[in-house]
Write a protein that binds this ligand. Structure first.
Ligand code: LLH
Ligand code: MG
Length: 384
């Protein structure tokens, strides 16, 4: 069976979030978003799909880097395809992003699952059929009744516990929010949440990503006292030495790297140089399910956890298949948004959570997404 066609449908849909000038998501009025569906289609009509950003599957990117390496090839040789496209990255001048690799990798795994009649998480060699989610809050804001004060975080944490979450991660206040960054205010939110959830409830912090070393160390010591499970990305990750210094100076678990480029190779370097206590991966950070699983297995070899960044069917598959992943990240959550409501192009969310806080692997073949193709066709903005 050979790949015959690769195409992307770009479509509009309603959105209820908006990005601030630093790119962080916050609740917003109803607006219009644009997404794309990458389709990798075989001779027999079987196809793999991935929902992604339009910029990742622009026509010129597909034509220059993706189609020449996929058309006529066996779709089940996923790592072959990944490397064939990846090799073009070096001289692409930034035109070929890691997220293009991710979209192709996700669609190929979806296709493999559909051809095999099995869900991807099982094909990856699942370790469990369900995993606990942690509620991952949006970043702090200045909305009345939103996430504007430490008390707001505490109130929302109570709500999250009531919804079934068995662990919570706070994102602190980030620029351009007025007053941010303020390490002491972030700490107050952490302390207020600890107060309401009680001792022993797992908590994590993802603060402003550009703290100084001294702010980071101050916060790490405070979070040790509050018995937090981990802190992630408190400083620019390009400075691995700063993270090596941090892990050497605190007993708090430091998780990383999250957004640093370099895929599984960077994660290997961080482990080798003792720059983290727990490894971070995520399909949208490292180029797909294939490299994310390499991160998980690499970390396992060093008796380290590998925690998965972000939501969606691909990340859920990796989390279910990784012995050393503790939680699935569910969010981003906010008092003013309804995370459980499917997007216009979905018949259901990818990661439904039960009342005990578990997200279950689905039994449908492939990635197990329920995509509303009629909606996508009716709202497409590009035409062949
Ligand atoms: O800065 C942000 O908006 C968040 O950190 C965001 O990137 C989120 O995806 C994250 O880091 N989760 O762990
Ligand atoms: Mg993070």
């Amino acid at each position: 069976m050979k790949i015959e066609r690769v195409e992307a449908i770009t479509f509009t849909h309603r959105t209820y979030t908006q990005r601030d000038s630093d790119g962080h998501n916050h609740p917003g009025p109803e607006g219009t978003g644009t997404s794309s569906l990458l389709r990798i289609i075989c001779e027999d009509g079987s196809e793999g799909r991935a929902v992604c950003r339009p910029v990742d599957v622009r026509e010129d990117v597909l034509e220059r880097f993706v189609r020449p390496n996929l058309i006529g090839e066996d779709p089940l040789l996923i790592d072959r395809a990944w490397y064939a496209i990846y090799h073009w990255q070096r001289l692409s001048g930034g035109a070929l992003s890691d997220r293009t690799l991710t979209a192709v990798d996700l669609a190929l795994w979806d296709l493999l699952g559909k051809q095999a009649g099995q869900p991807v998480w099982k094909l990856l060699g699942a370790v469990r059929p369900k995993i606990l989610a942690y509620g991952s809050t949006m970043c702090g804001d200045d909305m009345e009744g939103g996430l504007a004060t430490p008390e707001d975080y505490a109130r929302f944490a109570e709500w999250l516990m009531g919804r079934g979450y068995k662990a919570i991660k706070l994102h602190g206040w980030m620029t351009p929010m007025p007053g941010a960054p303020d390490v002491r205010l972030d700490y107050k939110a952490c302390a207020a949440v600890r107060e309401v959830v009680g001792e022993g409830f797992p908590l994590m912090l993802d603060p402003h990503h550009f703290y100084s070393r001294s702010e980071t160390l101050w916060m790490a010591k405070k979070l040790e006292e509050l018995d937090f499970l981990w802190m992630e990305e408190p400083m620019e990750e390009a400075s691995m030495s700063s993270y090596k210094w941090l892990t050497a100076n605190t007993g708090l678990n430091i998780l990383g790297p999250e957004t640093m480029t370099g895929k599984h190779w960077t994660r290997g370097e961080w482990v080798k140089h003792d720059a983290c206590d727990m490894v971070r991966t995520g399909v949208w950070d490292v180029g797909g399910i294939s490299p994310a699983m390499k991160c998980a297995h690499m970390a396992e070899c060093f008796h380290m956890a590998c925690e998965v960044h972000g939501t969606g069917a691909g990340n859920l598959a990796v989390a279910l298949a990784s012995h050393n992943c503790t939680y699935y990240e569910r969010g981003l959550l906010h008092p003013f948004t309804d995370y459980d409501a499917p997007a216009d192009y979905q018949n259901r969310v990818d990661d439904e959570m039960d009342e005990d806080g578990y997200v279950h692997g689905r039994e449908e073949p492939g990635l197990g997404q329920d995509i509303n193709m009629d909606y996508i066709e009716a709202n497409r903005v590009n035409h062949d």
